[in-house]
Write a protein that binds this ligand. Structure first.
Ligand SMILES: Cc1cc2nc3c(=O)[nH]c(=O)nc-3n(C[C@H](O)[C@H](O)[C@H](O)COP(=O)(O)OP(=O)(O)OC[C@H]3O[C@@H](n4cnc5c(N)ncnc54)[C@H](O)[C@@H]3O)c2cc1C
Length: 458
């Protein structure tokens, strides 16, 4: 139905559909405009399919390394059609569930490409949807570098990589950030000869330096090659693949090149500039309440500068719907958003890195403690290595939690509560953790920082 709504949402990804669902719960009428599939990047081309791939990779590793655990099994190969069927099955099931939620919420889901034709109106297929409030949620796309043409065959993005019907013999991954290391990790488990090329001096450079070191050490052991501090120079297509030249003239050859150099905001040619929206390098600028400079126009998710994460989109969406409904929600602390990189070993972090904390509070006001997973029973059972590192303000709360190791992503929930509730180490130290679990490592780190280490040297 065209017409006037309380809220018109442009884009049905994590940010957009979360806005629509929460607004509808609050009794607002909603039109949600989506040109492709409800669920956006995360569900169809991002979080969910990559994590399915990584789970298949974990199973391949378990089969390959089974003898270490006294189990006789062998890895006979990777059936990519089978992996894809499993991955697509997970996505399809979640997609159906989401469609059901949106229908049940009586959100008017409009299929088609929308354009902002005035600050309160979006046009789709020649029809106009006017909102007392408009929420922009058009998401992001895989960026490339000047002179680097994506052909979808030899030079690909994560989107193509998720549709590969074969396991390549070798690959160069351009970019050692989250998406790059996740693909490198999964492919290595599938037997691919992988080289990561990263311009910054370390892998997962947004994380605490100790996390980068641990991931690099683990990747070296796993046979994942990487070249850091080496900007890309050029790529040439050859008969068998690609020849990639990096800074210093070094050449790496492989069957394909995955370009994972970050994601840009999808905001071009949507009428945003014409409507007078304040933008910076394509990102939509907002205040801390996600209000743009145009009255009653909000922006959520990846088009807003900051962490490009699905649950940040959910949080933005819930926030904006509540803001529109007059509930005055608490402003979102960007550092309070959990971050997980699902390579093997996983990296999970909350709050400030040690370096950032020292910048913010002064080096003499920051204490850290690094609990090695070698002292954690469950981690030994899983044969994983890593640590839980705490960063605290002297006589103050924990302001950073950084973890590396298999499955540590699942520990982020507790880390999130500790950071967001501004817990002191001795408060967490009072809570005993289930034995044997990896969560004990969080407990042990806090015990140690509170001055009473248990399974750790003082
Ligand atoms: C490979 C990969 C792995 C990732 N893994 C994770 C992860 O593990 N965890 C995590 O938290 N995040 C992950 N992300 C990031 C996550 O997918 C994004 O942060 C999230 O999808 C952003 O949500 P969004 O709503 O801002 O945008 P999107 O999900 O991109 O949704 C935007 C939607 O708007 C639609 N749209 C755009 N223009 C128009 C228009 N003109 N008219 C109508 N519709 C339009 C698009 O079709 C799209 O559906 C990953 C991303 C990638 C690429």
């Amino acid at each position: 139905m065209t017409g006037t709504y309380d809220v018109v949402v442009l884009g049905g990804g994590s940010g957009g559909y979360a806005t629509a669902l929460r607004a509808s719960q609050l009794g607002l009428s909603v039109a949600l405009i989506e040109k492709d599939k409800l669920g956006g990047t995360c569900l169809h081309r991002g979080c969910i399919p990559t994590k399915a791939l990584l789970h298949a990779a974990e199973i391949a590793d378990a089969a390959r390394e089974s003898a270490r655990f006294g189990v006789r099994a062998s890895l006979d190969g990777i059936d990519m059609a089978g992996v894809n069927a499993y991955k697509d099955g997970v996505v399809d099931k979640l997609h159906k569930g989401l469609q059901g939620l949106v229908t049940a919420a009586k959100v008017n889901l409009v299929t088609g490409a929308g354009r902002l034709v005035s600050p309160d109106t979006v046009e789709v297929n020649g029809e106009r949807y006017t909102g007392r409030h408009v929420v922009l949620a058009t998401g992001s796309y895989a960026k490339t570098l000047p002179g680097l043409d994506i052909d979808g065959d030899r030079v690909i993005t994560s989107e193509h990589a998720l549709r590969l019907d074969r396991v390549p013999a070798s690959a160069v991954v351009l970019g050692g950030g989250v998406i790059g290391v996740e693909f490198a990790s999964a492919w290595r488990s599938f037997g691919v000869d992988v080289t990561i090329v990263e311009a910054l001096p370390r892998l997962v450079a947004a994380e605490d330096e100790d996390c980068s070191k641990a991931v690099e050490r683990a990747f070296r052991k796993r046979g994942i090659k990487f070249k850091v501090g080496k900007p890309f120079e050029s790529v040439e297509r050859t008969d068998t693949g690609v020849r990639v030249t990096i800074a210093g003239g070094e050449v790496v050859e492989a069957e394909l090149l995955l370009v994972a150099v970050g994601r840009g905001p999808s905001t071009a040619n949507l009428g945003y500039e014409e409507a007078g929206l304040r933008m910076d390098r394509g990102f939509v600028l907002t205040d801390e309440r996600l209000r743009t400079n145009l009255p009653n126009v909000y922006a959520v998710g990846d088009i807003v500068p900051g962490l490009q994460l699905a649950h940040r989109g959910f949080q933005h969406g819930i926030f904006v719907a509540e803001q529109i409904a007059g509930l005055n929600p608490a402003v979102i602390d960007e550092a309070g958003i959990p971050r997980v990189t699902y390579c093997d070993p996983e990296v999970a972090s909350m709050g400030l890195t040690e370096a950032k904390a020292k910048e913010q509070y002064g080096a003499d006001k920051v204490q850290t403690y690094n609990y090695n997973l070698a002292g954690n029973g469950k981690s030994n059972i899983l044969a994983t290595q890593g640590f839980v590192k705490l960063v605290r303000v002297a006589d103050g709360p924990v302001v950073g939690i950084h973890m590396v190791g298999a499955r540590v992503g699942e520990l982020i929930g507790e880390a999130q509560l500790i950071y967001n509730w501004e817990a002191f180490p001795d408060e967490v130290a009072q809570l005993i953790h289930m034995h044997p679990t990896q969560s004990e490592a969080i407990g042990e780190a806090h015990l140690a920082l509170a001055g009473k280490p248990l399974h750790a040297h003082a």
